[in-house]
Design a protein around this ligand. Structure first.
Ligand code: BG6
Length: 490
């Protein structure tokens, strides 16, 4: 099956933090792929900017290296790469002083094309950059600003940040990126729910026993010492990615794929999440921190040794969340995420209720497992529907659990595009469906803040877990207390 590529209008893409890690690992490779697949129209330009002094040629060399390191060799087409590099230029600029913004204005010129300002920088710079853009009259009606998480570290700081950017850009011009929403399988979750008649009638507390959302990583702290130790897993993963996944599972059917129709429904879910207060936090949440162990094929240090100083920051969180509305009352959503876990796997498990009565002889037929729908985001993207069947053969009626396996990789045999490719093109198209609206981000913090406060007030230590395991034993207890178990995510 060939994919249909619809070219986007010409645009200027200005990357603040152009020489940084995100630009190197994600943005430049994603833009290269869109070039290679002929999605750009002329004239499209990409301008890198940061405080580092660099010439256009040096920026092109940086981009060439980024593509060599982060794009599969088989996907590098020399002719397209040269065309891509020719679009690149570089302007050094410092938002704290405003130096370089005149030069940036000159580089952009009087173009009325779509203008996307990408903030691949620390959030502490969002306000000053957007103010400098306004001051230098760089914000046109066709401009958009893309902001990366973390959007705040609590409700108050998120509101302050949203105000700063909101002073210069209209909400319809602000694209708050959550790269999980750009993942193919996450969008497939919407297709599964709303393009099939099969699941939706069962998608409620009458038929679903509980939901599990796991985002497990094998990596540790990586090079993010300053950011991560101040954030921790609750702010880094739960406030955004995990809650967005929960919203897509739990929301009512929007009336269309229109950005506000989808975001209105997600917002209702966030608002319906039951607050977890100080007394409930110890029962409903688990926070952990990895200790030395083995992960990704070798021995690894513990978090504190990697960090080089004492820390109580959590690298693992498990939460039993509940949604107080008619559809979901009584259906727990178990969330867990962590670093240095046993495997890199992100998945959503919908476990249906057990059958009400068995007609089979339990001794000879064996156990009957509840149906499960497993939506796997990574790796091996796909969907598995676990059902019970009769074990084939002339023997008695023996039952067996099998999975109906929809592997997207096998079905479509094409490269799964990185989330950033889709999301950057949506920015250019002006489609905000897969971006977080201001009220969503703030509603998510309203739920996160009481948990964070409860932990801080109780001085709740992060429980140690050995790197390469599935987290602290308390995470297993969290779900097993309710007579359920975590899905074997291997
Ligand atoms: C980022 C987090 O948002 O997502 C990282 O800050 C995390 O800590 C990453 O490693 C995970 O993304 P992915 O796409 O690799 O699952």
């Amino acid at each position: 099956m060939t994919r249909q590529i619809i070219p986007v209008d010409p645009f200027d893409f200005i990357i603040f933090g152009g020489t940084g890690d995100l630009s190197e690992r994600k943005l430049l490779p994603a833009l290269y792929y869109r070039q290679r697949d002929h999605q750009f129209s002329e004239p499209t330009r990409i301008i890198g900017t940061s405080r580092t002094k660099m010439s256009d040629e040096e920026f092109r060399t940086f981009a060439r290296k980024a593509i060599a390191s982060h794009v599969a060799a088989a996907d590098v087409d020399e002719k397209e790469l040269e065309k891509f590099l020719a679009r690149l230029s570089y302007v050094p600029a410092d938002a704290t002083t405003g130096t370089g913004f005149d030069a940036l204005k000159k580089a952009i010129g009087a173009s009325t094309a779509i203008r996307a300002f990408y903030m691949a920088v620390s959030p502490s710079l969002f306000g000053s950059i957007s103010d400098q853009l306004k001051k230098h009259e760089l914000i046109t009606p066709a401009s958009r600003i893309v902001v990366e998480k973390p959007i705040g570290r609590d409700l108050a700081s998120a509101q302050a940040l949203n105000d700063l950017v909101g002073d210069d850009f209209h909400e319809s011009q602000i694209f708050r990126i959550d790269h999980y929403l750009g993942k193919e399988t996450v969008q497939n979750l919407m297709a599964l729910r709303f393009a099939n008649a099969l699941y939706e009638p069962l998608w409620n507390s009458a038929h679903i026993d509980h939901v599990q959302i796991t985002v497990a990583e094998t990596v540790g702290l990586e090079d993010r010492v300053t950011y991560y130790d101040k954030a921790g897993a609750l702010r880094d993963m739960v406030q955004n990615h995990m809650l967005q996944l929960l919203c897509l599972v739990a929301m009512e059917a929007p009336s269309s794929m229109d950005a506000d129709a989808v975001r209105d429904e997600k917002l209702k879910v966030l608002r319906a999440l039951k607050r977890i207060n100080g007394t409930e936090a110890p029962k409903h949440t688990v926070r952990g921190q990895y200790r030395a162990g083995a992960s990704a094929g070798g021995p690894v240090k513990g978090y504190v040794e990697e960090l080089g100083s004492e820390s109580n920051t959590e690298t693992f969180v498990a939460i039993k969340a509940e949604i107080a509305n008619w559809r979901w009352a009584g259906v727990p959503f178990y969330l867990r995420t962590g670093k240095r876990l046993a495997a890199r796997v992100s998945e959503i498990v919908i476990e249906f209720k057990p059958i009400p009565h068995s007609i089979f002889n339990g001794d000879s037929a064996g156990p009957i497992f509840a149906n499960q729908l497993v939506i796997r985001l990574q790796p091996d993207e796909g969907v598995k529907q676990y059902i019970m069947i009769k074990d084939p053969g002339p023997g008695g009626m023996r039952l067996r659990q099998i999975s109906l396996d929809m592997s997207f990789a096998q079905q479509f045999q094409s490269r799964a595009p990185d989330a950033y490719e889709r999301l950057i093109m949506d920015v250019i198209r002006g489609n905000q469906t897969l971006f977080m609206r201001r009220d969503e981000v703030e509603a998510a913090w309203k739920w996160i803040d009481p948990i964070q406060n409860a932990w801080e007030n109780a001085k709740q230590d992060a429980q140690g877990y050995t790197a390469g395991t599935w987290g602290p034993s308390a995470s297993i207890a969290l779900i097993e207390r309710d007579g359920r178990t975590w899905h074997e995510s291997n």
